[in-house]
Design a protein around this ligand. Structure first.
Ligand SMILES: Cc1cc2nc3c(=O)[nH]c(=O)nc-3n(C[C@H](O)[C@H](O)[C@H](O)COP(=O)(O)OP(=O)(O)OC[C@H]3O[C@@H](n4cnc5c(N)ncnc54)[C@H](O)[C@@H]3O)c2cc1C
Ligand code: SF4
Length: 327
């Protein structure tokens, strides 16, 4: 671990002014400190944003829900509006990490968390994401936990967040602020595919910070988040699915499906949504939707099981969301 300067910001403008491209922000610190200790991130300066006035959750006039970047994962999951109108997000949040970590973890920090690829976290190993141009150790290495959707020949790491999968399903906008002003980015476009530049993980420019995430107006229907993992708690997803199902009689009028654990970014499964629209809410329909998502999947030496697991996650999440819609 290398030394770094440390500063505290009391308002958003200070945070913007005080951090440059070689610096890092710290909110809850549950990701950043690990990566600094491992020498994976080497900021010259760390700017503490935990005191910024970004801790509110408020309903906007247009029905959207504005969530401050410093709202903790616990507060967001347990907020009465989120539990009532965005249960898929509440479930996703509560499936992540542990109670202690969720109490510290912030909304902005969760959006910005880095991959858990072990080669990324080991500076002795080549990794295009950590050190562009050095190669990807996972493609020919141990890739059991890696992605089958959205990969490239340069990186196959998964995005590890549960919260982000719930947000993609619910629909959201990321609000960022920097010296050039405020920008709003559709949540689905915020995280980037690895392509030829896996080191570019998101659409945040140097000097900007996330101030809010705004959730779309509630979609109603039945909602469910299913997370499949090696052990029942304190573990990242091998495959997860967030599903929102709206019914008209026995047919699906509208569905939103997002996936985690199988893709290089929080994955909107539009192929499933198209396969579900207007169809009877039956297991056969859910299976067709799951097939549609995974037809583009690419397996590597150890992660082919994720194609089957991902399909099972979709079918089960749709089954549970449909049951909730009927209840
Ligand atoms: C053991 C363990 C298990 C975990 N399990 C899960 C899990 O199952 N599911 C899951 O989803 N997550 C899991 N996590 C990850 C956890 O959710 C994240 O560490 C947490 O959400 C990060 O939030 P933070 O506030 O602590 O971020 P920090 O560590 O403070 O920051 C993380 C990154 O975000 C940047 N950042 C922070 N705030 C902002 C902002 N406002 N604008 C721009 N950049 C910002 C920082 O510079 C840093 O790069 C786990 C973490 C650990 C350590
Ligand atoms: S999968 Fe991505 S993060 Fe992992 S070693 Fe390859 S380039 Fe690095």
């Amino acid at each position: 671990m290398r030394g770094f300067e440390f500063e505290q910001a009391d308002d958003v403008q200070q945070a913007i002014n005080r951090h440059g491209s070689s610096d890092a922000l710290i909110a809850g610190g549950t990701t950043l400190l690990d990566l600094v200790k491992l020498d994976v991130m080497q900021p010259e300066k760390v700017v503490d944003v935990s005191r910024l006035p970004l801790k509110r959750i408020e309903t906007l006039e247009d029905g959207r829900l504005k969530v401050g970047a410093l709202v903790s994962n616990t507060e967001l999951a347990k907020h009465e509006i989120v539990m009532r109108d965005y249960p898929v997000l509440s479930e996703a949040l509560l499936s992540g990490a542990s109670t202690g970590l969720r109490n510290m973890a912030s909304t902005g920090g969760n959006v910005m968390q880095r991959t858990r690829c072990p080669y990324f976290r080991d500076p002795a190993m080549p990794c295009n994401k950590r050190e562009p141009g050095t190669g990807c150790s996972a493609i020919e290495g141990i890739n059991r936990n890696h992605a089958v959707l959205g990969t490239s020949e340069h990186c196959i790491a998964t995005h590890p967040s549960d919260m982000c999968v719930g947000m993609v399903a619910a629909g959201a906008t990321v609000v960022v602020e920097g010296s050039q002003g405020v920008r709003e980015i559709p949540f689905e476009e915020y995280h980037l595919l690895p392509g030829e530049t896996p080191e570019q993980e998101h659409d945040l420019l140097a000097g900007e910070l996330i101030t809010h995430v705004i959730l779309d107006p509630p979609r109603g229907g039945g909602q469910s988040y299913l997370k499949l993992r090696d052990r029942a708690s304190y573990e990242f997803a091998l495959a997860s699915c967030a599903a929102i199902v709206n019914l008209e009689g026995d047919r699906i009028s509208e569905a939103r499906v997002a996936m985690g654990g199988v893709a290089t970014k929080p994955w909107r499964a539009t192929a499933a949504e198209e396969a579900l629209k207007g169809q009877p809410a039956t297991r056969e329909t859910f299976e067709r939707a799951a097939e549609a998502v995974m037809q583009d999947a690419v397996a590597y030496s150890h992660n082919g099981y994720k194609i089957t697991l991902g399909k099972q996650a979709i079918v089960r999440a749709l089954r549970d969301a449909t049951a909730a819609a009927r209840a």
